[in-house]
Design a protein around this ligand. Structure first.
Ligand SMILES: [Cu+2]
Length: 64
């Protein structure tokens, strides 16, 4: 499933790295693509949108 989440709290490449790491750590078969300009996180994953949003929130970010 392809998920598209807006995460406006991302401000730098450190945020991008952190979120990418946390998602792939929790859901190892996921592919994460993040556009810092548009604040969009695209995830190709078996996990639910709810589960991925929770991981992003636990990484200290806000999913819009
Ligand atoms: Cu940052």
């Amino acid at each position: 499933m392809a998920l598209e989440l807006k995460v406006p709290s991302m401000v730098c490449s450190g945020c991008v790295d952190k979120i990418t790491q946390e998602i792939t750590k929790n859901f190892p078969n996921s592919t994460v693509k993040i556009d810092l300009e548009t604040k969009m996180v695209n995830v190709e994953t078996e996990a639910s949108q709810e589960a991925v949003s929770k991981v992003i929130a636990e990484a200290g970010h806000t999913v819009e």
